[in-house]
Ligand binder design. Structure first.
Ligand code: SAH
Ligand code: SF4
Length: 377
């Protein structure tokens, strides 16, 4: 494990350029009496070169560079701590936002093989904390502090796009984005969608919509809304339990949106998009990991274009839940597969760096860095 402490974060209140659409950027520079092509130059620096310091945008006139530095911030976040694991393939960053809030983001690198191209996936947060309150989740224990802006969501991707260049060189690219960090993305639908459009826009990051995946605890009406959107992103649903009784406890939003209504919304999503949905299932010892429960999961998903992704539980301090033994996870997987549903076990990444989101913050609080890094939260 390698820990790097980066520069001190600011408490910035100036507007952020990351998060502005190409049209808004143009309006800003035109409002300053500059020609429209200056906006394209700025966007190029930010989204192609990953330069976030106006002073380094050397094809802009000095007066514009100074005005950008004085009146805007480019990237609305900065790293206060970064840890790497898995031989440098996983990098996790604790990022401080303009108001001092802390969020986490993770870069997972998958080198190419004879059969596959290299992939570089960024896992981003969508909220500070989360209101859903799943009792096995470090973020759930925090409660909701606030939604992230589109710029703060896209900013996490840009932060790691630059880090990836430093690590791998100029040709390295972020290939996938998953909204599986802190927060419930569909509870912050407007900002998340704006962020997805920016990730997709050729003038910004230019990522194919299919390379973006939203993970949700199951906000059924928002899943239906997603089905109507022109950009077809991937969908992962955190199931974690096959019965309402158990899911009420593990994913409390289930009291509002019952399993049947979530599955109905998923059917609508598949009908509209023809895309397979991934159902996430954290394996919790003696709680949701029996063969009988595996059969119920398979019955629930019967006839749906579905994949099951079993997640070995990450231990969270203060939570009573224990990970299932490996033999139980394998038996659960076999049972799902015997029912004709594809089922994989998620590769554990960064478990030595407090793998589950929300945990790096907790680790930091116990660190010698705590007084500085946790101030303002
Ligand atoms: N709020 C969204 C997305 C963020 S959580 C959601 O719940 O889907 C991403 C995934 O990590 C979810 O499936 C979540 O249930 C899972 N998760 C949270 N805490 C975990 C832990 N301690 N161990 C394993 N998976 C966990
Ligand atoms: Fe929120 Fe997802 Fe954590 Fe549940 S698992 S508390 S929905 S972030």
């Amino acid at each position: 494990m390698v820990t790097t402490v980066l520069h001190r974060a600011s408490t910035e209140a100036r507007p952020a350029l990351v998060g502005a659409t190409p049209g808004e950027l143009r309006l800003l520079v035109e409002g300053w009496g500059e020609p429209a092509y200056r906006a394209r130059q700025i966007a190029h620096w930010i989204y192609q070169e990953f330069v976030f310091d106006p002073g380094a945008m050397h094809d802009l006139p000095a007066s514009l560079r100074e005005r950008l530095a004085r009146e805007t911030v480019i990237l609305p976040l900065e790293a206060v701590l970064e840890r790497s694991a898995d031989g440098g393939l996983t990098h996790k960053a604790l990022l401080r936002l303009g108001d001092g809030s802390l969020i986490e983001a993770v870069l997972m690198r998958y080198p190419g093989t004879a059969r596959s191209r290299p992939r570089n996936t960024v896992c981003v947060s969508s909220q500070v904390g989360c209101a859903v309150g799943c009792p096995f989740c470090a973020t759930g224990m925090l409660g909701l502090k606030r939604h992230l802006t589109a710029g703060e969501i896209v900013g996490q991707v840009l932060y790691f796009a630059r880090r990836l260049r430093e690590i791998e060189g100029d040709n390295a690219r972020i290939t996938n984005v998953v909204l599986m960090g802190e927060g419930e993305p569909l509870a912050n639908f407007g900002n998340v969608w704006r962020a997805i459009e920016l990730l997709h826009a050729p003038e910004a990051i230019g990522l194919g919509a299919r390379r973006v995946t939203i993970s949700t605890s199951g906000l059924a009406p928002r899943i239906r809304e997603l089905a109507t959107k022109p950009l077809q992103v991937g969908l992962a649903v955190s199931l974690h339990a096959p019965t309402d009784d158990l899911r009420d406890r593990l994913v409390p939003v289930n009291r509002k949106y019952r399993i049947a209504s979530v599955i109905d919304a998923c059917r609508a999503y598949v009908a509209a998009t023809r895309r397979r949905i991934s159902f996430e299932y954290a394996m919790i010892r003696d709680v949701n990991d029996s063969i009988a429960q595996a059969r119920m999961v398979a019955q629930l998903l019967n006839g749906l274009l579905a994949h099951v992704n079993l997640i070995p539980l990450n231990r969270v301090p203060g939570s009573p839940f224990e990970p299932s033994p490996w033999s139980r996870i394998l038996a659960f997987q076999r049972t799902i597969q015997e029912h004709g549903i594809s089922c994989t076990i998620r590769e554990e990444r960064g478990s030595e760096i407090d793998g589950a989101c929300g945990q790096l913050r907790a680790a930091l609080a116990e660190d010698h860095l705590a007084p500085r890094a946790s101030s303002g939260v």
